[in-house]
Design a protein around this ligand. Structure first.
Ligand code: PLP
Length: 397
């Protein structure tokens, strides 16, 4: 019999994944071109050409024994150095290889750092709306997620509530900008204010509060919007990065953690993350992918592709009477449901073969998430369905 704790994980298994499976079934039944699957953040643009070239070069040039072998649990030293150098060049930081731990995507990185820092009962603040998997990652180490409720005007963090919810048991705050599901980029002003609150609370409680910056969407920002690099604003910041979205490599499972020397107990954290990578069973991030991404640190995500989708979807839905804020990054639109129970709206959308995810999966009911990392035609062809929904729910008379 499976563990009781696992039973509840299975029961609450991600609504997003369930929808993805449903989409595949619908595609078989009605034809893929007649299904508008906006459920999963699975990039549909190919990885940049540099990735293929890098993989081929590694396979051709590298010693195969070394290429496919074990290495330090934190990753190849030269890869970590290349990552550190690239960050220093881009953000004016001063990282070195010991600040970098290669990870199995952002999900692997978050699990490694949470395993490293959490004692049972420690609290982790998550700012709604947030990626629902954080609940499982924190529960994996018997931590407790404390939800900071959303500011639905701006979807910037509700800092007053954040401040109130920090206690002596707060071990970390997780932020994600550009944000899944809203596409909002946390402004420099917000980050500075948040850093001030965290510093004050560290002093008040005599504790270390880590700011975990989950950044799979860093490279996906539109209209020249700057995404602040958080280690520059708050010393106890740990960055979790992923190549899943920027280089369209979600199935390859590759990313890294940045653990700066300035962070409290940095050396313990770095050693802890090394051991956590091993004992969680990852052992190390995939070796070929480590070497490949090190050659592609300057490769560019196809931002114009997503930008065209963003504009078409945003304008199309606005014209139909839906309300949402225009995303500045990532590839999601977070739309106000025309009925209070957004699950009713998501169910109704299925009639038109439109698959969208309820906001309650992101601790923000009353909204729905539409992932626009799809073909441009999918957006255009879904519009008649959205129009019928707008009529059905009284947005258009
Ligand atoms: N964090 C956020 C906010 C995400 O949206 C995702 C994936 O969608 C992840 C983490 C996990 O990313 P990865 O595929 O790199 O594990």
């Amino acid at each position: 019999m499976i563990a009781d704790s696992m039973k509840s994980f299975v029961k609450n298994s991600s609504a997003i994944r369930a929808m993805f499976e449903e989409g595949k079934k619908m595609a078989q039944e009605y034809g893929a071109e007649n299904v508008y699957d906006f459920s999963l953040g699975n990039p549909n643009v190919p990885a940049p050409a540099e990735v293929k070239e890098a993989i081929i070069k590694e396979l051709e040039d590298d010693d195969p024994v070394m290429l496919h072998g074990y290495m330090s649990n934190s990753g190849y030293e030269d890869v970590r150095k290349a990552v550190a150098d690239s960050l220093n060049q881009r953000f004016g930081t001063a990282f070195h290889e010991n600040n970098i731990v290669m990870t199995v995507g952002a999900a692997g990185g978050l699990n490694v750092i949470l395993k490293t820092i959490l004692n049972p009962g420690d609290q982790v603040l998550a700012i709604a709306p947030y990626f629902g998997e954080y609940n499982s990652y924190v529960a994996n180490y018997q931590g407790e997620v404390v939800v900071v409720s959303p500011d639905t005007e701006t979807f910037q963090p509700n800092l007053k509530e954040l401040e109130k919810k920090i206690t002596g048991k707060t071990k970390a705050v997780i932020v994600n900008s550009p944000n899944n599901p809203t596409g909002v980029v946390y402004s420099e002003e917000t980050i500075k204010a948040m850093a001030g609150i965290l510093e004050k609370k560290e002093q008040e409680f005599g504790t270390d509060i880590y700011l975990i910056s989950d950044e799979p969407y860093r490279e996906l920002a539109y209209d020249g919007v700057e995404v602040p690099y958080l280690t520059k604003y708050y010393k106890d910041t740990i960055v979790g990065y992923s190549f899943s979205k920027s280089l369209s490599l979600p199935g390859e499972r590759i990313g890294y953690l940045v653990i700066p020397d300035e962070a409290a107990d940095a050396e313990d954290l770095q050693n802890g993350a090394n051991v956590a990578t091993r004992i969680l069973g990852f052992v190390n991030a995939p070796s070929l992918m480590q070497r490949a991404v090190a050659r592609c640190l300057d490769a560019k995500a196809d931002v114009p592709y997503y930008d065209r989708n963003r504009n078409a979807l945003y304008q199309g839905l606005k014209d139909l009477g839906f309300s949402c804020i225009k995303p500045e990054g990532a590839f999601y639109l977070f739309v106000k449901s025309p009925v209070e129970d957004e699950k009713v709206f998501c169910e109704a959308a299925k009639k038109y073969h439109i698959l969208i995810v309820p906001g309650s999966s992101f601790a923000c009911p009353g909204y729905v998430r539409i992932a626009y990392c799809v073909a441009y035609e999918t957006i255009l062809n879904s519009m008649p369905g959205f129009e019928k929904l707008a009529e059905e729910f009284g947005l258009r008379k």
